[in-house]
Design a protein around this ligand. Structure first.
Ligand code: ACO
Length: 315
């Protein structure tokens, strides 16, 4: 398969570090130097499903594909306004498609997990055109009085349309259960029979453990996909890394011994938008004219689970 079109949408509300320091014991200096984030887009009046549909429509237009030509929709999402129906079904209706669709929840690695699933459909000869949409509102998961987490995140939706091709050179996924490191309970309705204690808590994260996991997982995943593709780090034109923390990106860059110029970033004004981060960065690079035909692109993401994945593809 190949990536034939991309699209992305951000909420209109921009929240700066200065705005956060009005009600949190934090500062622009702390957030910028520890995370690289200066501001983030936060959902206020928007509905996530509308943003997802808009990103999908942009990607379809970019690819020159009609919604009716889609064979499958994969939506990556951690949380939205509904438990059910699945967000991919809402997107299907919103864009006027009629194909099957499925949601996946692989946290920040969702885009790469979706690409791997789509690649399997192509290899099985079952699809021509696939839409992947990542739509996330992590700002709705955090406790806005917890300075250790709420400063990190931003919302957004990113989409990609896939068509037949041989541009994907290698994909690798991994998972290692560590639910004590980064998690959020969902409070279910009580029944007359429930005996266990259930506590509603916002997102909890052991930041330093997540940081170490992220650097190690990305370094391993990227090395493996490059080996699989018979490439070296120096052959890669662009490394699109999950935008979680500029220091994580710098640590991976140092491990790969590649120049800053090959690591496009948007974390400074986006924050961490979970699985949307990769397709939003991809779309911004593409629309900004950053990619030339034949460029080798590596994408790597990591998140709660822990899950991680990397892909190498030719543009
Ligand atoms: N402003 C000011 N001080 C703060 C803030 C803040 N926003 N946040 C934490 N601090 C304080 C802490 O309270 C602590 O103070 P103490 O020493 O008095 O207790 C001090 O700063 C150091 O805290 P650390 O947690 O050690 O800071 P660290 O340098 O590790 O940075 C961070 C924290 C930014 C969270 C970092 O660990 C990180 O980026 N981790 C990875 C996060 C990540 O990638 N998450 C992915 C989520 S993916 C998903 O699937 C949702």
């Amino acid at each position: 398969m190949k990536i034939a079109g991309t699209g992305s949408v951000l909420p209109s509300k921009v929240v700066t570090n200065e705005m956060l320091s009005e009600f949190l014991d934090t500062s622009d200096e702390w957030i910028r130097t520890r995370t690289g984030v200066s501001s983030r887009h936060v959902i206020s009046h928007e509905k996530l499903e509308d943003m997802a549909v808009e990103a999908a429509v942009k990607a379809l237009e970019d690819a020159g594909i009609q919604a009716s030509q889609l064979d499958f929709i994969i939506c990556s999402n951690v949380v939205n306004e509904y438990v059910t129906p699945q967000l991919s079904c809402i997107i299907q209706g919103g864009i006027g498609a009629s194909c099957p669709c499925i949601d996946i929840n692989c946290a920040c690695a969702g885009f790469i997990y979706a690409l791997e699933m789509a690649e399997s459909f192509y290899k099985a000869g079952r699809v021509q055109n696939v839409l992947v949409v990542c739509a996330e509102e992590p700002t709705r998961m955090t406790d806005w009085s917890d300075r250790r987490t709420c400063v990190l995140f931003g919302d957004g939706a990113g989409a990609a349309v896939l068509t037949p091709g041989d541009n994907i050179k290698s994909i690798r996924l991994s998972a290692a259960s560590a639910t004590d490191k980064l998690w959020q309970y969902r409070l279910l309705q009580p029944t007359p029979y429930i005996e266990k204690e259930e506590v509603e808590v916002p997102l909890q994260m052991k930041g330093q453990d997540v940081f170490k996991f992220a650097v190690k997982a990305a370094a391993t995943d990227i090395s493996r996909v490059l080996d699989d593709a018979g490439l070296r780090a120096g052959d890669v034109s662009h490394f699109l890394l999950h935008q979680a923390n500029i220091r994580i990106i710098q640590a991976i860059r140092a491990y790969l011994e590649q120049p800053d110029s090959r690591f496009p970033v948007n974390i400074h004004d986006h924050g961490n938008s979970s699985s949307s981060s990769c397709p939003i960065l991809l779309d911004e690079c593409r629309r900004g004219g950053r990619f030339k035909k034949g460029d080798v692109v590596v994408m790597s993401a990591f998140g709660a689970g822990f899950v991680s994945g990397a892909v190498v593809f030719e543009w």
